[in-house]
Design a binder for this molecule. Structure first.
Ligand code: ZN
Length: 117
C-alpha cells in the first residue's frame, strides 16, 4: 500500500502540463482577438492596468483562488497586448532562457536582483 501511494506521488510530481506561450497567445487571440483589436491598444493597456490593480489587491488580501484568477486575467491581457503589437510572448521571454540576462546565471547573482533590464 505504501509503495502504491509513493508511486502515485512520484507520478504527480513528475507530471507537468506544458503550455507553450505562443499557444496560449493564439488561444487568447482566437477567443478575444477580434473584440480586443476593435477596442484598440489604449483600451487593452487600460484593461491590463486594471487587472494588475485587481491582482495587487488579491495578493494583499485575497484567497489563493482569487490570486490565481487575477494572475490568469493579467496573463490573458498581456497575451492580447502582445498579439495586437504583433509580438510573440515566447520571443519576449527568450532573453531569460539562460537565467538572468545581465549576469547570465540562475539564480541571478547581480548585486541588485530587482533590476531586470
Ligand atoms: Zn543577474
Amino acid at each position: 500500500m505504501l509503495t502504491i501511494r509513493m508511486s502515485a506521488c512520484s507520478y504527480f510530481r513528475l507530471y507537468r502540463r506544458v503550455v507553450h506561450l505562443d499557444d496560449f497567445q493564439g488561444l487568447m487571440k482566437d477567443t478575444y482577438g477580434l473584440r480586443d483589436t476593435e477596442r484598440g491598444l489604449a483600451a487593452t493597456v487600460a484593461w491590463l492596468a486594471e487587472e494588475f490593480g485587481e491582482l495587487a489587491q488579491a495578493v494583499r488580501k485575497g484567497t489563493r483562488e482569487e490570486q490565481l484568477h487575477e494572475l490568469g486575467d493579467v496573463l490573458a491581457w498581456v497575451a492580447s497586448l502582445a498579439a495586437q503589437l504583433d509580438l510573440s510572448l515566447e520571443e519576449a521571454v527568450d532573453r531569460f532562457k539562460e537565467g538572468c540576462p545581465r549576469c547570465v546565471s540562475s539564480p541571478c547573482s547581480c548585486p541588485d536582483a530587482s533590476m531586470r533590464s
